[in-house]
Design a protein around this ligand. Sequence first.
Ligand code: PNS
Length: 182
Amino acid sequence: MNAVFPGSFDPITSGHMDVLTRAAKIFDHVTVTVMHNARKQGRHLFTLEERMDILRGATAHLPNVRVDTFGGLLVDYMARQEPGSVILRGLRAVSDYEYELQIAHLNRQIGDAETVFIMAATRWSFVSSSMVREIASYGGDVSEMVPRASAAALRRKHADVYAEREAEKAEQRQAQQEQPGR
Ligand code: PNS
C-alpha cells in the first residue's frame, strides 16, 4: 500500500521526519508531496525548489520514500496515484485534530480520498515549521527541531543573522574571560 504525505514543508521538521520514518516502516512506498499554489507563491520562506531539495536531503536514507510536488487539489493528485493509495497526515496534539478532521472529511467528500493519521512522538508536539522559521529568523538554535538538511538551509537563508549572533556571543565570552565574576 502507498501513502502520500502532503504538506508545505517550509521547511520539513523533526516532527514531520518522525511521522515519515514511522510511515516508511508501515507502507510499501511513501511519497512526500510539496503542495503548492501559484497564487500563494512568495508566502513561503523557501522556494518550491529549495523545499524539495531539503526534502531530498532529509529523506535520502529512506529507500521507499520519494519526493514530489503538485499544484492543485490534493484529491486530483490522489486520483493519479496507484489505486488504494491513502493520504498520510501527522498529528502532534489534540489541537491538530479538529483541523485535520475537517480536511480529511472534505477530501473524502470531494474525491473519495482516505486519510490515515500517524501520531508524532510527544517530544515533537511543540515543533512546527512556523516556530522553527521564527526562531531561525533571529539566529536561534533549531538543530534539535529539524533534520540536518533543514538546519543547514535555514543557516544559509539567515547567514547574516547567525553570523551577527555568533559574533555577539563570542564578544560576551571574551568579556567574561577578561573580567571573570562580572
Ligand atoms: O503543511 P500544511 O500547510 O499543513 O499542508 C496543508 C496541505 C498543503 C496538505 C493542504 O492545504 C492541501 O492539501 N492543499 C492542497 C489544496 C487542497 O486540496 N485543498 C483542499 C483541502 S483543504
